[in-house]
Design a protein around this ligand. Structure first.
Ligand SMILES: *[C@@H]1O[C@H](CO)[C@@H](O)[C@H](O)[C@H]1NC(C)=O
Ligand SMILES: *[C@@H]1O[C@H](CO)[C@@H](O)[C@H](O)[C@H]1NC(C)=O
Length: 191
């Protein structure tokens, strides 16, 4: 963390300018070299491991600092997920298909829910109604927070939809999307 704390590092454009992937890679290059010297392990080869953004860093570090790392293992690393290479909607297409695969009925219900929530929010007492339905502790001021919350829930569920029980973001059973779609209400998706 440049300047030792998040508060300092996020202060202004000058301090923020150190929070780049290039700087992160340069930091790792210095760190790995320094650590090897401290451990009297200069002759030891280094292999980089990373997942997600860390996987992107591992890949780029192997490319940019081949004299420091002999290899990199990148897992779930979206190294080509950039606007001019992969269409921005690709992630959501994949996430949507994870739900569609389990139930096209549920997929369509979720798809229709965005407009339904916005419409409800515009009604008199609509935000209060939504607050009650979703059991929020505080009354919603707009539907934005609710839509973001649902977006996160669906997106993260798709990212951790492993075919076996796992404890990545949180403990979840195998096929968590199926679990959510089939057990969220006794009527399934016929909301
Ligand atoms: C290497 O040792 C020096 C001196 O003890 C220390 O200041 C530095 O933080 C160490 N570097 C790493 C990467 O452990
Ligand atoms: C809604 O707005 C009020 C007043 O601005 C604020 O105190 C409250 O925390 C807001 N509620 C939510 C859920 O953000």
């Amino acid at each position: 963390m440049p300047y030792g704390s998040m508060e300092e590092a996020y202060k202004n454009a000058t301090t923020l300018s150190y929070l780049t992937t290039e700087q992160a890679l340069a930091d790792f290059a210095v760190f790995v070299t320094d650590l090897k010297r401290n451990l009297s392990a200069e002759a030891c080869p280094v292999v980089l491991f990373g997942g997600s953004y860390g996987g992107m860093l591992a890949t780029w570090m192997r490319l940019k600092y081949p004299h420091i790392a002999i290899g990199a293992l990148a897992s779930s690393a979206p190294i080509l997920q950039f606007e001019d290479i992969v269409p921005p909607e690709t992630f959501y297409d994949i996430a949507s298909n994870d739900f569609k695969r389990e139930s096209s009925n549920c997929f369509n219900t979720i798809k229709d829910s965005w407009d339904a929530i916005i419409a409800e929010g515009q009604k008199e007492n609509g935000l209060l109604q939504l607050t009650k339905i979703f059991h929020f502790c505080r009354v919603l001021n707009s539907t934005d927070d609710l839509l973001d919350w649902l977006d996160f829930a669906y997106s993260y569920l798709a990212m951790v939809d492993y075919p076996y029980p796992a404890d990545f973001m949180m403990p979840l059973p195998g096929y968590p999307i199926k679990e959510v779609l089939c057990s969220s209400s006794s009527k399934g998706c016929e909301l």
